[in-house]
Write a protein of this length. Structure first.
Ligand SMILES: [Zn+2]
Length: 201
């Protein structure tokens, strides 16, 4: 049986579990949710590296609510950690159960950075996406260096690991939330008579 095509980080360099939580934005009133349909969920899972198309064929509409539940549990835990707070115990227990279930059937692989856990080659559909995300979450939760740099964008509530050298990244992206905040500041200054052209970058 061929190995699962699986990446621990998404193409943007963020852990898969954070890419998963970021499939919805602006909680609690999102204006975008990438897991509301089967096709969108498949597209996300493939693009993020959670699974390949063939192994997602069995993903069904009825699986989406379970994946959304896992997503919200992970968001609550990581959001609390990003703020240096304690997450709700019941939610922590749900995340631990998800990791336990995934790691119980995971395959051990040898990498350039040591031993890692990959989803079982027998996993398909929702189980595969669940395990890929849960294993990624477990990896972040057991990596203090990642947790120290875990942040939540104040604009859209996306979660990310700040990999800047100075560790002072505040926004998910300077092209979206960061530039919106700069424009807001510019117009506040302008309306106060302190006109100052907005800088970019
Ligand atoms: Zn943002």
């Amino acid at each position: 049986m061929s190995a699962v095509s699986y990446r621990a980080v998404d193409p943007g360099g963020q852990p898969l579990c954070l890419s998963f939580t970021n499939t919805v934005n602006k909680r609690p009133d999102p204006d975008r949710d990438d897991l509301t349909s089967l096709s969108a969920t498949r597209a996300w899972a493939i693009a993020a590296g959670a699974a390949d198309e063939a192994r997602l064929a069995s993903l069904a509409e009825c699986d989406l609510s379970g994946l959304a539940q896992l997503r919200e549990s992970l968001f609550v835990c990581f959001s609390a950690l990003a703020r240096g707070e304690q997450a709700d115990e019941a939610v922590v227990a749900a995340v631990l159960r998800a990791f336990g279930r995934a790691s119980g059937t995971a395959t051990l692989v040898w990498t350039s950075e040591g031993i890692d856990l990959c989803p079982s080659p027998n996993r398909r559909g929702a189980c595969l996406v669940h395990d890929a995300v849960a294993l990624s979450a477990g990896r972040v939760l057991m990596t203090p260096a990642d947790l120290r740099r875990l942040k939540e964008c104040p604009g859209c509530h996306w979660l990310f690991i700040d990999s800047t050298r100075a560790g002072n990244r505040r926004w998910c992206s300077m092209d979206t939330c960061g530039s919106r905040e700069k424009m807001r500041r510019y117009y506040r200054r302008k309306s106060a008579g302190l006109e100052d052209a907005p800088k970019t970058g």
